[in-house]
Ligand binder design. Structure first.
Ligand code: GDP
Length: 438
């Protein structure tokens, strides 16, 4: 969703502005004493468009002022996670050195920003706003968050920038793609899922003319099985079918939240399976490795463990994806799949609060990294989860040097250990912490 972040130094009225924009009275979310207030976020629906507003102000309870340092920090994070930044200044004070540095930071960030001059409670004060011309900004928005003045213009300017047809926030429907090579049992699995009595099924047109989704609802949860028409259609020649199934897989992956990658238990994982899994991984989708035709396997108590080992070896880079053994023919564990899907969906929308994340980085990750290589300084200054779906972390580092792969891997593993992120790939990006003038 189009995201608007509010940044600015302390006491310029960021929270009041946030409340005005979102028309809410919610000011502070930190519900536990001692926990740093994290960023507030709220969706605004206006004129058939939706956007999300984030208030970046991070106040440590017990401290009156945000430290300028944290102002910059929040601004850097805002640049990462938003499409538009509202820089708020106090119109009664004119530009301060902190404003100027902040403006420099935003300008170098390459993200569009609007200057909002707040506390313009009476029209005559507008004159002072011109002092902000010294920042080299031609257009700005004088507002009074307190008296709700100037908001029509600001809101209009924001809406102008929100693209048409932005998808509304998810309505809780989980989009699932069943993919895999031909004859893995995709149609059979689909029929099992849709054929159950307790399921409400409907076919709804998907995005293109020849695509049909099936919607099923069970236990209060809606699942949209994407592109199911393609699953049922059988091709002519096997070479053709193979190619087509790859094209289908890629498209379905784009349209879903969770991928069910079907593998034939009698064949084991092949390179083609790994390739398809790679598509899901690169697209940042949650992934379940569904080993089908379990009924055909001669089993003893160790079969599952042995097979799992084998699959893990062949699909090493998909180590976060749970392996589920099912039989689409008998229906064994087929409905259990939906529980996994639900868990994965929740995981991919999990958001770790910034304060909490940084505490975790400083207290638990840094000491272990330093113990592992005492001579090297922990390169991460701070971090933020800038997006969900998939969970995306930006780590601001002191050095330009690219984080070593092993460090990144270590971080990802610790994040998983701590927060789970079931069946979901994590994206980690490194940013050089912006140098700033004193
Ligand atoms: P698709 O091409 O991936 O859609 O695969 P299909 O669903 O058409 O299945 C291919 C073949 O495998 C069919 O003959 C199915 O009956 C069979 N099949 C699918 N799932 C299972 C299963 O769990 N057990 C067994 N024994 N056969 C299965």
């Amino acid at each position: 969703m189009f995201t608007v972040a509010i940044v600015g130094r302390p006491n310029v009225g960021k929270s009041t502005l946030f409340n005005r924009l979102t028309r809410s009275r919610k000011a502070i979310v930190g519900n536990q004493p001692g926990i740093t207030r994290d960023r507030l976020s709220e969706t605004v629906n206006w004129d058939g468009k939706s956007f999300r507003v984030i208030d970046t102000g991070g106040v440590v309870p017990g401290e009156k002022e945000e430290l300028p340092e944290s102002v910059f920090r929040q601004a850097e994070i805002a640049l990462e996670e938003s499409d538009l930044v509202l820089m708020v200044v106090d119109g009664r004070e004119g530009p301060t050195p902190v404003d100027e540095s902040l403006h420099g930071l935003l300008r170098s960030g390459g993200r569009e920003f609007l200057l909002v001059v707040n506390k313009m409670d009476v029209p005559s004060v507008d004159d002072h706003a011109y002092a902000f011309h010294s920042l080299g900004i031609e257009e700005f928005f004088p507002v009074s968050a307190e008296h709700s003045r100037g908001f029509d213009e600001l809101l209009e300017a924001i809406l102008e920038r929100v693209p048409e047809g932005e998808p509304e926030g998810s309505d809780g429907e989980i989009r699932v793609a069943i993919i895999g090579r031909p004859n893995m049992g995709k149609s059979s699995l689909l029929n099992q899922l849709l054929g159950q009595e307790r399921v409400i099924v409907s076919e709804t047109p998907g995005t293109t003319r020849d695509s049909v989704d099936s919607v099923l609802e069970t236990a209060g949860q809606r699942y949209r099985l994407v592109d199911t028409a393609g699953i049922r259609r059988k091709g002519k020649t096997s070479g053709m079918v193979e190619k087509l199934s790859m094209v289908m897989a890629r498209r379905s992956i784009q349209r879903c939240d969770v991928v069910l990658l079907l593998i034939d238990a009698t064949e084991g994982a092949t390179r083609a399976d790994a390739t398809i899994g790679g598509y899901a991984h690169e697209a940042g989708k949650s992934l379940l490795l569904v080993v089908n035709k379990w009924d055909l396997i001669e089993r003893d108590a160790f079969t599952a463990i042995r097979l799992e080992k084998e699959y893990r070896m062949k699909l090493k880079f998909l180590d976060y994806a749970p392996l589920v053994f099912v039989s689409a023919r008998t229906g064994q564990r087929v409905f259990k799949l939906l529980e996994h899907v639900q868990r994965a969906y929740q995981a991919r929308r999990l958001r770790v609060p910034t304060a909490e994340l940084n505490q975790f980085l400083q207290r638990e990750v840094q000491p272990r990294l330093q113990a592992a290589s005492p001579r090297r300084k922990f390169p991460v200054v701070y971090g933020s989860q800038v997006a969900v779906d998939p969970p995306t972390f930006v780590l601001f580092t002191r050095s330009r040097q690219k984080m070593h792969f092993s460090v990144e891997r270590f971080l990802v593993n610790r994040l998983r250990e701590r927060y789970g992120f079931y069946a979901t790939p994590l994206v980690v990006r490194q940013r050089l912490r912006a140098p700033r003038k004193r």
